[in-house]
Design a protein around this ligand. Structure first.
Ligand SMILES: NC(=O)c1ccc[n+]([C@@H]2O[C@H](COP(=O)([O-])OP(=O)(O)OC[C@H]3O[C@@H](n4cnc5c(N)ncnc54)[C@H](OP(=O)(O)O)[C@@H]3O)[C@@H](O)[C@H]2O)c1
Length: 262
């Protein structure tokens, strides 16, 4: 379904982003990975041989850029477009988790979270959409989080930034619909990645409560009684990027085991 489609995944070097990259490569898409650190980029090069690339010519294109710096993202996207002659799909998956109570929140930490989860998504769209417009088609998928919809303790900045990202997604869907470009978001519940490892370290015991429910914090828990896999989030992303979802735009697809049904 994605053979020779040109895809960029920001934050595609690890975790959910890498699972999404692998899923697109499986379908023979041409994939560009934007990662922030040289360390992840180097690890990716070493991993390339195992990256499910059945054909050597279909190795992912690795780019190092900070998603919060527009000139770096512009250069990365321009480079990819030049190399592959276009861009069909953008997945904005760069993210970090930072926790803290509201009264302890610093301006610097607040700004960092909003810069990455919200302003970075804006920059990526600003760089990608002019290219997509030329072909009158495209799909953009932004990685949100259930924390953007359900209030969680110590996630004021992260949850608020994700909520704003979902509204940016809906407004972008309106603005870009005339150009044949869909814009949707995926809101996963917890998924086992480095980001969740950090959450577990900072909140011992919280994941068990989150899965099984807890009157004080997580209410019903996760009805399916398990967290999602990276692959399940990737499948949702590929659906929103596919021809089958061409008339779905401005939506948020939750991949959460029914956690949000309460
Ligand atoms: N895991 C979960 O439970 C979960 C649940 C809901 C939503 N999400 C969302 O899903 C997305 C991916 O999360 P994850 O769990 O896969 O996280 P992760 O394993 O920690 O990976 C985060 C990725 O974002 C990249 N990144 C961070 N800052 C960046 C920057 N300034 N510029 C460019 N790239 C940057 C990282 O690049 P480097 O490797 O170079 O640092 C890494 O590739 C995030 O938006 C997160 O909020 C995750």
């Amino acid at each position: 379904m994605f053979k020779d489609k040109k895809v960029i995944v920001t934050g595609g070097g690890r975790g959910l982003g890498l699972a999404i990259v692998k899923a697109f490569l499986e379908q023979e898409a041409k994939v560009g990975i934007i990662t922030r650190s040289e360390k992840t980029a180097k690890a990716l090069v070493e991993l390339q041989a195992q990256l499910l690339t059945r054909k050597e010519s279909n190795n992912p294109h690795i780019m190092v850029a900070d998603a919060t710096k527009k000139e770096e993202i512009q250069a990365a996207i321009d480079g990819f477009v030049q190399e592959f002659n276009g861009l069909d799909i953008l997945v904005y998956c760069a993210g970090v988790l930072r926790q803290g109570f509201i009264l302890e929140e610093t301006e610097q930490d607040w700004d960092k979270i909003f810069d990455l989860h919200l302003k970075g998504a804006l920059f990526a769209m600003q760089c990608a959409v002019p290219v997509m417009k030329e072909n009158n088609q495209g799909a953009i998928i932004n990685l949100s989080s259930l924390a953007g919809q359900i209030p969680r303790l110590k996630l004021a900045a992260y949850g608020s930034a994700k909520a704003a990202l979902e509204q940016l997604t809906r407004i972008a869907a309106l603005e870009f619909a005339p150009y044949g470009i869909t814009v949707n978001a995926i809101a996963p519940g917890p998924v086992e990645t480095d980001l969740l490892q950090q959450y577990k370290r900072d909140n011992p015991g919280a994941l068990k409560k989150l899965i099984h429910g807890d009157l004080d914090s997580f209410h019903i828990g996760i009805p399916t009684r398990r967290i999602s896999t990276e692959e399940e989030v990737a499948h949702g992303t590929l659906f929103l990027a596919s021809e089958k979802s061409r008339n779905i735009t401005g939506q948020v697809l939750k991949v959460d085991g029914g956690q949000s049904t309460l």
